[in-house]
Ligand binder design. Sequence first.
Ligand SMILES: Cc1cc2nc3c(=O)[nH]c(=O)nc-3n(C[C@H](O)[C@H](O)[C@H](O)COP(=O)(O)OP(=O)(O)OC[C@H]3O[C@@H](n4cnc5c(N)ncnc54)[C@H](O)[C@@H]3O)c2cc1C
Length: 544
Amino acid sequence: MTLMHETEVIIIGGGATGAGVLRDLSLRGIRAVLLEKGDITSGTTGRNHGLLHSGARYAVKDIESARECISENRILKKIAGHCIEETGGLFITLPEDDRQYHEQLLSRCLETGIDAVEIPVSEALKKEPGLNPEIVSAIKVPDGIIDPFRLTSANILDAKEHGAKVFTYMEVCGIFSSSGKTTGVKALSGDGSVHEFHGNIIVNAAGIWGQRICLMAGSELKMLPSKGSMLIVDYRINNTVINRCRKPSDADIMVPGDTVSILGTTSMEIPYDEIDSPFPENIEIDMLLREGERMVPNLSKTRALRAYSGVRPLLAPEDSSDGRNITRGITLIDHKSRDGIDGLVTIAGGKLMTYRLMAEMTSDLVSEKLGKKTSCRTHSLPLPGSEKVTGNIRKFYRDISNSVVGSTMYRHGKRIFNILKNDRKNFRLICECEMVTEGEIEYALNNLDVTTLIDLRRRTRIGMGPCQGELCSYRAAALFNEYGKASPHESTAMLKDFLEERWKGIKPVLWGDSLRESELTYWIYTSLFGLDELPLNDTEREEK
Ligand SMILES: Cc1cc2nc3c(=O)[nH]c(=O)nc-3n(C[C@H](O)[C@H](O)[C@H](O)COP(=O)(O)OP(=O)(O)OC[C@H]3O[C@@H](n4cnc5c(N)ncnc54)[C@H](O)[C@@H]3O)c2cc1C
């Protein structure tokens, strides 16, 4: 049996771009559904550094992208405050770097309207004591950090509160057309059911997978998959974003993020059929560590927590073979004017932090195609959680520790009142590394489209801290059962998948303390809990 759904707009892709389009359309009163083949943010949105660009990284080579960045940087600070930390950024020059690049960067930033100021080396070292003392110059820029998981989730939440629908684990596998117009999509759900969604417009927001979606509609879109790998270390060794002041190259940025620091990145062209499972190579890890130590020598004393890769959703121009030389600019395609296919719109390129602008451009086009007069409001309406908080939050939570109130507030902003309650069970800690409470998990299970333990990690950060889930994952798995979201066997299977998934990221950095910690995790789960022996479903239980 096929399940049928009717709407006005079908959005394919649950990354920041798709979520942004869903929110923008919903705020305009346009009915929309979002279909995501995995979990929200399981694509490139969950695989980057989370840099809130000031635009300085692009100012010398790609002034248009730099302008988009600084403009969105200012808007996002207003509407997405609870997803952002205004850390500021530094561009540092080392003795071996071309000093001319420093001058070029300063003058192009001024031209672009980016507030870049040269500061004395002594001031830079005072601000960031871990910096290499050999640096010869430093420029301060308004870089920041943005949490991609929280940002996307807040967009989805707001869209749903304005009537939108979201289907995760729903893979689009075909596009219906009639007389040169697309009319809907066929999709397969993770539970095996078949669905048809019918609507006037299809928005292809599938990032690097956009090429495949276009193919389903008979259109050609050539992407140039450029893989970038990143390394996470076990505590926050820098508090500002540190950029190497040179032509964009490998291992030239270190971004603080919540409790850790992220070192990036590389740029490697990969075949299109490898986009589903990008993996960091040893050579990339070695190079990240070697070059990273030039910026922050202390790096060698930290424990590498994990490594991961993402694929930049870049559109291939005719004449380039290097992902770094291609514009990070935004491409919006109306397939009616490009290929004579009415009803299909593709939004591609751009960056995480330009998602809102990409969504505004797409929604303007969709609105026009639907013959509706609407206007965008996302530049001024705060996301759920980012509304202004007045008064002292602490006074509502006298029995709860400052660190729990602080971290819940940090992650959920004003929505803290929907989550944290003066009830011991609610504020009990499940993940000590990231200070995640049972109340936060209950809220995520009920409100944030969580299906698995891995999804829960993306919504709450459980398992993202120094122990990588060693001490919290079994407690969190049990809560799926306690709150009626999974049977005991399903919870056990989720726990196993979660540990396997964590393991994938730990494997490339398996030496020293990481190796010791992994051994401990292995022995806890296999020897102490006997996870390998536990039945994962009823049939297995009967067999055992
Ligand atoms: C190494 C690296 C570092 C980066 N660093 C930064 C940074 O610091 N700051 C910044 O602003 N940007 C950064 N970026 C860029 C940024 O991550 C991306 O531009 C952005 O996340 C793209 O979001 P998206 O929603 O367009 O795509 P995605 O997040 O990839 O979303 C597309 C979604 O479509 C889904 N999908 C695909 N096919 C189907 C289908 N058939 N049916 C249903 N769903 C489907 C996928 O599962 C996926 O979730 C970085 C990128 C890389 C690779």
